[in-house]
Design a protein around this ligand. Sequence first.
Ligand code: CA2
Length: 152
Amino acid sequence: MTAPRRLLLVNGPNLNLLGTREPDVYGTATLADVESITRDAAARHGLEVSAVQSNHEGVLIDAIHDARTTCAGIVINPGGLTHTSVVLRDALSGVGLPVAEVHISDVYAREQFRHHSYVRDVASVHVVGEGVEGYAHAVDLLVAVISGRAEG
Ligand code: CA2
């Protein structure tokens, strides 16, 4: 069966507030900008994007489960769930799709509690501290992983 020509973009809790507060940490781009940057990057590879942002863990998990049969890979910024959620990690590893973990800020230059990610070792791509353009970089790296899997 040929792989779906679609990526799932997941943004976790509070990322709907992008562009409204903390510009020194997260910049001034909005969630709509992030979605459009990701769609443009995916389009350069001939891929479409389904985007979900939610402040509710279960909504994110349902979207990840749905991607199992409809998407070739997942780009995710889990927000604060990065540092707390075994449930989200289990959903990502459960669907078995290639995952790119993105953080807008450099989490390793911030508080110690942001240094641990439950998602890290179920993701094959990691982009940290590149601002919202990091989503485009993550798409490029994820497409390379997907192409490698298809050939292998
Ligand atoms: O740097 C990132 O992308 C983070 O995933 C963002 C999360 C944070 O908990 C992670 O440690 C790093 C927070 C997202 C909240 O975003 C806001 C944006 C603007 C105003 C308030 C919150």
